[in-house]
Design a protein around this ligand. Structure first.
Ligand SMILES: [Zn+2]
Length: 278
């Protein structure tokens, strides 16, 4: 199996054995955006502890299987209805932006496309612009996706400070991918066993738009999801007769090209890493 990177996977909701499985399937690095805990966190200190988990313990746990771990920080759109807590979290995030492996602000976005979600989204954008961080975007699901993606793209395009090449818009599907790519953003396809995109639909999208600025990820979150969905995509691409070089570009070279815009992306390719001391 060829080396790949999962650019969006919530390993906090996964057991240590999953890291071992991912490593056996060829995963060499993961990037983990901040997300919802399954319940609304009660205070800014709850977020501070979560960010410590993402930046201190999770890289260690990934390292046990030889996987490099990177992280993104934010308050999730589901919790944005509490605007005052959101503001406290956004003010605290810079404590962590210099930590090793922190790639930027994310996953920020909209969930139910509400006014408060937009307010909190714009304040995250302002932080990212002021600190020159990469941005990872969550677009809403199902019936809210089309409208929510348009709202997000409008807010991004309205802020002249945002460099579109430094933004990854995730969970794109057939009806939203074009608008994202046309505006110069990167796009991520989230592969799920039940909702969102299947590996086969992701291959369809690659056949329609080509491999440029496109990535695939597994999300691996609380709901039914499959942490090895990227290898499933690799298999689906092979079955359709796509070249190994095209597959490698989507699952390995594209994430590296996007992430290497972050000063905290320090990545040692597996082929070049030193054998562990015995
Ligand atoms: Zn996510």
């Amino acid at each position: 199996m060829s080396s790949y990177i999962d650019p969006h996977i919530h390993m906090i909701s996964r057991v240590t054995d999953d890291y071992e499985t991912l490593a056996r399937m060829g995963c060499v690095a993961v990037s983990e955006p901040a997300f919802w805990a399954g319940f609304d966190r009660g205070s800014v200190d709850g977020f501070r502890d979560y960010f410590r988990h993402l930046t201190e313990f999770e890289p260690k746990r990934a390292g046990w299987s030889g996987i490099q771990h990177f992280a993104w920080l934010c308050i999730n759109a589901k919790e944005a209805e509490n605007v005052s807590l959101s503001r406290e979290v956004i003010a605290m995030i810079p404590e962590f932006l210099g930590k090793p492996g922190v790639l930027g602000i994310g996953e920020i976005g909209l969930n139910k496309n509400t006014r408060n979600e937009s307010i909190v989204f714009l304040e995250h954008l302002d932080l990212a612009a002021k600190t020159d961080e990469l941005i990872l975007i969550h677009t809403p699901h199902l019936e809210d996706k089309y409208k929510g993606t348009r709202m997000i793209l409008d807010m991004l395009c309205d802020d002249r400070r945002i460099d579109h090449h430094k933004v990854l818009v995730d969970h794109v599907e057939e009806h939203t991918v074009r608008a994202v790519l046309e505006r110069g953003f990167w796009a991520g396809m989230t592969l799920y066993p039940v909702t969102k995109c299947t590996p086969e639909r992701a291959v369809d999208i690659i056949e329609m738009y080509g491999p440029e600025r496109l990535m695939v990820n597994s999300a691996g979150d609380w709901g039914p999801s499959k942490p090895t969905a990227v290898p499933d995509f690799i298999m689906a691409m092979r079955k359709r007769g796509h070249k190994e070089s095209t597959i490698r570009r989507i699952v390995y070279e594209n994430p590296i090209e996007f992430f290497s815009q972050s000063r905290n992306w320090v990545f040692t390719p597996w082929e070049e890493s030193e054998p562990a001391a015995t």
